[in-house]
Design a protein around this ligand. Sequence first.
Ligand code: COA
Length: 259
Amino acid sequence: MEFKTLLLEVTGAVAVVTINRPDKLNALNAQVLDDLDACFSHLGTDDAVRAVVLTGAGEKAFVAGADISQFTKFDAQGAAAFARRGQDVFNRIEQLGKPVIAAINGFALGGGCEIAMACHIRIASANARLGQPEVGLGLMCGFGGTQRLPRIVGMGNALELLTTGSHITAERALMIGLVNQMVEPGEALAAATKMAGVISKQAPNGVRLSLQAALATDAHLAEGLELEVELFSQTFETEDLTEGVSAFLERRRPDFTGR
Ligand code: COA
């Protein structure tokens, strides 16, 4: 299968999906979301594939977030639709019925950290940087970060990341459980592919049902995601959003007023 913004390579029972916009650090625009949706629906129905690795093209980034250049054209309604679309695609990944391992080869920021959290397992190279920097742009997470981060790293760590917007090192991410494994720079894809190989030798029904049972402990996830969409869209009615996004695009520091 061919996609505008993804590469899909299947070797044996392991599929590797690479988000392929390296000049924009693999930022997620509407086309990438459409491609991920189509790719993961295909992988869900392909019985020959038993485990999936998701990574980003290039040396520098896994995914540097949602595509900030799209934000200038959204009103609150458009922002809500964009967040809902991202959440639906990420839910499709989480509900694939086969393990998806994120091979985090560099920056995993904003939507990049959020898509990694929708994957079931995360392996980061030692030079990776993770975080939710949305508050520095005048917005907040809209692709599930406010819901999945506390579930993965605990409330204290999650609130620190969500409110400081700081990037953390792979080492800290390992310490707080945001990633399962840290490997040498350049080795994330190989380590993730190796783990996918181990998974692909297990009984597919046992693996699928284990995922289903474990993910069912998240009974309130859907409610939380809907609240996130509502609150995310509110930030698009603020002056700080306009200031934060313009500042990023103009490569200057934002001056927030709280309006
Ligand atoms: N959306 C759109 N474009 C993005 C992007 C994003 N989230 N992240 C990076 N890019 C683009 C840059 O605009 C730049 O494009 P250009 O070469 O056409 O100007 C290119 O990717 C390279 O990024 P650049 O900022 O020049 O690299 P850097 O090494 O100076 O900084 C980062 C790397 C990751 C620290 C920086 O790109 C960044 O902060 N990105 C945004 C992260 C973020 O806030 N994500 C959450 C979004 S909600």
